[in-house]
Design a binder for this molecule. Structure first.
Ligand code: ZN
Ligand code: ZN
Ligand code: FE
Length: 763
């Protein structure tokens, strides 16, 4: 913050002892309740003047006595609304004009403000206090204020005003009305303002019982959970299933209900102290857990609350209460940890509709708790993991969407349709990129409907009309097909180029970079499946510099869930037909006839598409070492390999780095390690070290040959903390600048941003 050098102004006429500043504030300060906040602060400190929203900044003229003014500026910064983000405050001396009061002046240009919609915000501490003492809000579970409450999830049109939200059907009572219109009140223009007299309420449906009395609803739910029952609870962005995380029978039943055998469940803990029993937490992870976004944070597991939650992974997905209901429930519950997982079946989107929830969950669970305010925009819980001291978003939804990514160039009118798995799309408004919430796997019919519906909603809410579409090169991605059907010009962007460009956009990198892009699958310009790629890239184009050697995937898509097939393919590469004599469990356990068929298919190139995917290499090694031979969810095999790593192992295996990167020597060494009874933990560490070493050596060579020393890492494989932290450390120590996305997922959830910027530069 810049303070003026001379803060003592000459007294002028009757305004002795008064000084004046002109303050320019940049950042996310529009449409977040910033002006009323400044107004209240000015009143509190006897500051006169005015505030106005201008195109590029909020400008404040403030005058007061010399003692109060520095405090005013300090408080502007430290007590601003939680979701405001001040990037820059510029303070200049100005002349006192003898204002008598502080005013909010009409904005000169509304275009900026109206395009910003706040994400949903976890209930704030002031509101939690009010729950205990404000007469009309005692135990009112939909309490909110300008600093907290639902936002994006309830908006259906713009500008953000109560009648453009699903609060429309609730008429404010006189108490709420007077708070809403009092600028000195914390609920001034809080659009979802409500109380016990006028707002939404919960209803419990259980068997033939329908209960609308909140304290008895709460008691019933708490009793049910402690007894081991399962409930469906309507949250901010959709329904959740909830059960006691310490009750393994309930956990097991929940898996059956969800048709989800394999994926770990996220756990909501009563407070940080409880989390510390089950997981290791760093200070920065604690801050993140308590942030207004309240994401699920992937932590290092200490103890599994009960069997069947983490499923062999070394991480635990933890989060803290974020709705008033959650807080009030934990006051009643005996258990201090509940599973709170998306209320959906298998791969379908999370259910948001009361009727559908009652129809489906009514039969499956012991109670369904609805409330009579509609969820308009579906949002899942967001997921983050700390990698090298920064939070990295793996799933970007509640609390983050629709915050824009600000770019140094124009992207207006472009729609980027994203990838296929973990799809998000992205729209360009001026120089801002607005990413959609996590949509999911488009191959699921309901998810695809959610996708097209959300695109239409973004068009309406953000007054967006696409003039250009960016899409993946994969001809069969449903997002690409959608793009082709719109009758608008389409620019196709290679998958891994988009990965690298997304990270460049986040960090506003304008020079050519070395892009290391490791993931499972992405359509290459040669028609093969890419995913172990070293690129030289800028926004316009890229060159594939070197890549992992192609590996045939026996059975095509089948090789992803039956990853032992990929293991066999790796063995065939390293041993040829002799693989049948390799004495390891994988070879012994596969039916001999099937094994010979697979070898035959590889030799004759029958249904064995070629892949350079890093994810497939991890799949194959997981199978060979016996860590995971078939998978139940996306990236299970790599996650399990990471989970078994023994720390402090330094050695790596040998690799041939030439035109392509060949792993035959490594596979042969892994086999002799297995035969020498070396544990899979040590093998996994050595394998990871091999990939780290490969990246380091390859990047070093590329820097030498090109002179480029900015390195971008992207692709889902870098969600592996061991791999990524070691790569960042080694490259940084060698004097390179390393970038890995933090605000936008670097898995396929961030692809749309990359597509958008590439298309913007090419048009
Ligand atoms: Zn609040
Ligand atoms: Zn009211
Ligand atoms: Fe990818």
């Amino acid at each position: 913050m810049d303070f003026p050098e001379n803060t003592s102004m000459k007294p002028e006429g009757n305004i002795a002892n008064r000084i004046a500043f002109l303050i320019k504030i940049k950042g996310l300060v529009q449409g977040v309740g910033f002006r009323p906040f400044v107004y209240r602060l000015a009143n509190e400190l006897n500051i006169a003047g005015w505030i106005i929203n201008r195109n590029d900044a909020v400008v404040v003229k403030a005058e007061g006595n010399a003692k109060d003014m520095p405090l005013f500026i300090e408080k502007l910064k430290i007590s601003a609304p939680v979701i405001a983000q001040i990037d820059e405050i510029n303070v200049e001396n100005d002349f006192p004009e003898n204002f008598h009061d502080f005013r909010i002046l009409a904005s000169q240009d509304l275009s900026e403000e109206t395009s910003e919609i706040s994400p949903d915000i976890a209930v704030c501490n002031d509101c939690l206090d009010d729950l205990k003492k404000q007469p009309h809000r005692i135990d009112y579970p939909f309490i909110n204020c300008t600093n907290c409450g639902p936002r994006f999830s309830i908006i259906f049109d713009f500008p953000y005003d109560r009648d453009k939200t699903t609060m429309k059907s609730f008429t404010m009572c006189p108490d709420c009305e007077s708070e809403y219109s009092d600028i000195l009140n914390r609920r001034f223009h809080a659009q979802p303002i409500a109380c016990n007299h006028c707002g939404p309420y919960y209803t419990l449906h259980s068997g033939n019982t329908i209960d609308k009395n909140f304290s008895s609803v709460l008691q019933t739910v708490a009793g049910f959970i402690d007894e081991g029952k399962i409930i469906a609870l309507k949250g901010i962005g959709g329904f959740h299933f909830m059960c006691d995380a310490l009750n393994k029978t309930s956990v097991k039943r929940l898996r059956e209900i969800k048709h989800r055998e394999g994926k770990p469940f996220a756990i909501m803990f009563r407070d940080i102290t409880v989390i510390k029993k089950y997981a290791q937490i760093t200070d920065e992870e604690a801050v993140m857990l308590n942030s207004w976004q309240r994401p699920v944070v992937l932590l290092k597991k200490k103890e599994e609350p009960s069997e069947g939650i983490c499923l062999g992974l070394s991480t635990i997905g933890a989060f803290l209460p974020y709705m008033p209901f959650h807080y009030m429930l934990f006051e009643q519950l005996k258990t201090k940890a509940v599973i709170l997982t998306s209320g959906n079946l298998a791969d379908e989107p999370i259910i948001i509709d009361d009727k559908k929830a009652l129809e489906i969950f009514g039969k499956l669970t012991d109670a369904v708790i609805t409330y009579n305010r509609e969820i308009f925009n579906r949002t899942d819980d967001s997921v983050v993991r700390f990698i090298r001291g920064k939070e990295r978003i793996f799933r970007r939804s509640r609390g983050y969407v629709p915050s824009p990514v600000r770019l140094p160039f124009d992207v207006n009118g472009i729609l980027a349709t994203g990838a296929e798995l973990s799809n998000c799309f992205c729209i360009g408004k001026g120089s801002k990129a607005i990413l959609s919430q996590h949509i999911g796997d488009l191959k699921n019919y309901e998810t695809y409907e959610f996708y097209t519906e959300t695109i239409e909603r973004f068009k309406k809410v953000f007054r967006f009309n696409p003039s250009l579409i960016a899409a993946d090169m994969h001809p069969d991605y449903l997002s690409t097909r959608y793009a082709m059907q719109q009758g608008i010009e389409v620019i196709k962007v290679q998958h891994h180029h988009a990965h690298i460009a997304a990270c460049m956009a986040e960090y506003q990198l304008n020079e050519k970079v070395i892009g290391v892009c490791f993931d499972g699958t992405g359509y290459g310009t040669d028609g093969n499946i890419w995913g172990g790629e070293f690129l030289i890239a800028d926004y316009y184009d890229f060159k594939r510099y070197v890549h992992f050697d192609y590996l045939p995937l026996p059975g095509g898509d089948k090789a992803v869930s039956e990853n032992w097939r990929t293991g066999v393919s790796l063995l065939f590469k390293a041993f040829g037909n002799d693989l049948v004599n390799v004495d390891i469990p994988l070879v012994r356990n596969v039916d001999r006839k099937l094994l010979l068929q697979i070898i035959d298919a590889i030799e004759k190139k029958i249904n064995t598409p070629l892949s350079s995917g890093c994810g497939r290499l991890f799949d194959g090694v997981a199978a060979i070492t016996g860590v995971c031979t078939s998978t139940r969810f996306h990236a299970e095999a790599p996650m399990k390999l990471e989970s078994v790593i023994m720390p402090d192992i330094k050695e790596h295996y040998d690799v041939d780095i030439a035109e392509t990167i060949r792993f035959e020597p490594m596979i042969q060494q892994i086999i002799s390690d297995i035969q020498n009874k070396i544990s899979c933990s040590i093998i996994s560490a050595r394998f990871h070290n091999t990939i780290i070493w490969t990246i380091f050596e390859t990047v070093k060579r590329m820097r030498k040959e090109t002179g480029i020393s900015q390195i971008v890492l992207s692709g889902g494989s870098f969600q592996n903390k061991y791999l990524t932290e070691n790569v960042i450390d080694m490259l940084t120590r060698a004097g390179m600048e390393v970038y890995l996305s933090a605000k936008v997922p670097f898995n396929d959830g961030g692809i749309a941003l990359g597509q958008l910027v590439v298309a913007a530069k090419r048009r």
